[in-house]
Design a protein around this ligand. Structure first.
Ligand code: HEM
Length: 425
């Protein structure tokens, strides 16, 4: 039995950002000071001891900022309308007139890819997850209506004017640009552009060539119409279906980013070293409940992981079936063999089913984070439910995928439709 303690698979602890403020935290009441004239109501002015020289001066002093505030309000309103005209909602029939064959084109390309290699279905599903979960604005700021308008504004202007290079500028655009399901994960690095492909959680992503193939087929039926972000969303759904899982209606109309954020990719995508509370936090930062996190984790019913991602678990942890741990050690030595693969679902790695959850009940989870879902904590009962009721898992999974696919898409006139998913136009 090896005795050395291997390094953590994916140690991003130093990269974690400061936790965001809770969304439901009450807004503190700020009493205006005398110099904050625009915030002082008419009533508060009249409540002064009228008649003193001081208050007459103050009243005239406060008058000007009030007009300025009104002016700012109208300017703000015009901007809101401007931004509103540039944005739109996703819809299920988005390409029905502009590219009616898009769904069948993607479906048949995914079927071909998955029949060539079953694992490709898992890889395409993971690509969509890693595209959508990189969304700096939600992580760094609490969500609120006015804030999202503010960020939307900055997005519009920053992409038009200032922050063309996402890694530079006097304020890094990664704090402002919306980076959800926007195809940013597909952008290649260049001499003066750093994308997300070299982020720690992304360095084993695969399937980029399959997306290229699909994109060129889609471009040949309707050039310049369908975004790479939408192709990812549809390919993820078709992959799950091709491997026997549930289907859902993919909402469409996403546009592609012109930027990417390596930092946000490192900070936002959950690491396999996380405990249950960390997993719940990582998903709640994106607006997902613990239940939705468990449902989405069921994706690990397909696909493979590298030795480096589960080495610490099979040598050091106690909540793992000992025969299972031993059987994995031959292909995952305590040193070396970092890229050797093992299936995430040891019983049926190429079938999308509920076996992942049944495995967890027997301490057969491959990743540390997997087994956290069934380790005597608050999510055990949901694992039990999914293990005995695959319909419920399928239904919850499909709903959570629709929600994941709606994370901060670029719509309307934001972003662009890339001609080549690997680079901006
Ligand atoms: C709950 C937090 C999650 C963590 C910590 C996590 C972590 C990981 C890790 C470490 C791997 C193996 C990477 C490697 O060693 O190369 C992996 C693979 C995979 N993940 Fe996750 N993941 C999570 C959630 C998700 C979600 C929400 C989805 C999809 C919606 C997903 C889909 C996949 C798939 C399909 C694979 C296999 C990919 C392949 O075989 O190419 N994961 N994940």
């Amino acid at each position: 039995m090896p005795t050395s303690t291997p390094p953590p698979a994916d140690d991003r602890s130093t990269l974690q950002s400061t936790p965001p403020l809770a969304d439901d935290r009450p807004t503190p009441t700020v009493l205006p000071s005398a110099s904050e004239g625009s915030l002082v109501s008419h009533r508060s002015i009249t409540s002064f001891h009228v008649g003193t020289t001081y208050n007459r001066v103050m009243a005239s002093y406060l008058w000007l900022p009030k007009q300025v505030a009104i002016l700012f309000f109208w300017v703000f309103l015009v901007f809101v309308l401007f931004v509103g005209m540039g944005s739109a909602q996703l819809s299920d029939d988005y390409y029905s007139s502009t590219c009616p064959d898009v769904l069948t084109t993607i479906e048949s390309a995914v079927e071909t890819a998955v029949s060539n290699e079953a694992r490709m279905g898992a890889s395409l599903l993971r690509l969509h997850f890693h595209d959508c979960f990189v969304n700096a604005s939600l992580s760094y700021f609490p969500q609120s209506f006015s804030l999202s308008i503010f960020l939307n504004l900055l997005t519009q202007f920053s992409s038009m004017l200032v922050f063309e290079d996402s890694q530079q500028g006097w304020i890094s655009s990664e704090y402002f640009l919306k980076q959800g399901c926007d195809g940013s994960v597909l952008l290649d690095d260049t001499a003066n552009f750093t994308g997300e492909k070299t982020a720690i959680p992304n360095n084993s992503l695969r399937g980029f060539d399959v997306i290229d193939t699909i994109k060129s087929q889609v471009e040949s039926v309707c050039p310049g119409i369908v975004s790479c972000a939408d192709i990812l969303a549809v390919a993820a759904r078709d992959s799950v279906v091709a491997l026997g899982g549930p289907s859902w209606t993919v909402q469409l109309g996403r546009r592609d980013s012109t930027t990417a954020s390596l930092t946000a990719a490192n900070n936002n995508i959950p690491a396999p070293t996380l405990n249950l509370s960390g997993l719940i936090t990582a998903f709640s930062n994106k607006g997902f409940s613990a239940n939705e996190m468990v449902a989405l984790s069921g994706s690990h019913t397909i696909g493979q992981a590298r030795c480096i991602s589960f080495r610490a678990r099979i040598y050091n942890e106690t909540n793992i079936d000992s025969q299972f741990a031993t059987s994995l050690q031959s292909n995952c030595p305590s040193t070396g063999g970092d890229n050797n693969l093992s299936p995430l679902d040891t019983t049926s790695p190429t079938s999308f089913n509920n076996a992942y959850f049944t495995n967890l009940q027997s301490q057969l989870g491959l990743l540390h984070s997997d087994q956290q879902l069934f380790n005597g904590g608050s999510t055990d009962s949901q694992v039990d439910t999914y293990s005995s009721d695959s319909d419920t898992f399928f239904n919850d999974f499909a709903n959570a995928m629709v929600k994941m696919g709606s994370l901060s898409p670029l719509t309307g006139t934001s972003g662009q439709i890339r001609a080549n998913c690997r680079k901006t136009n």
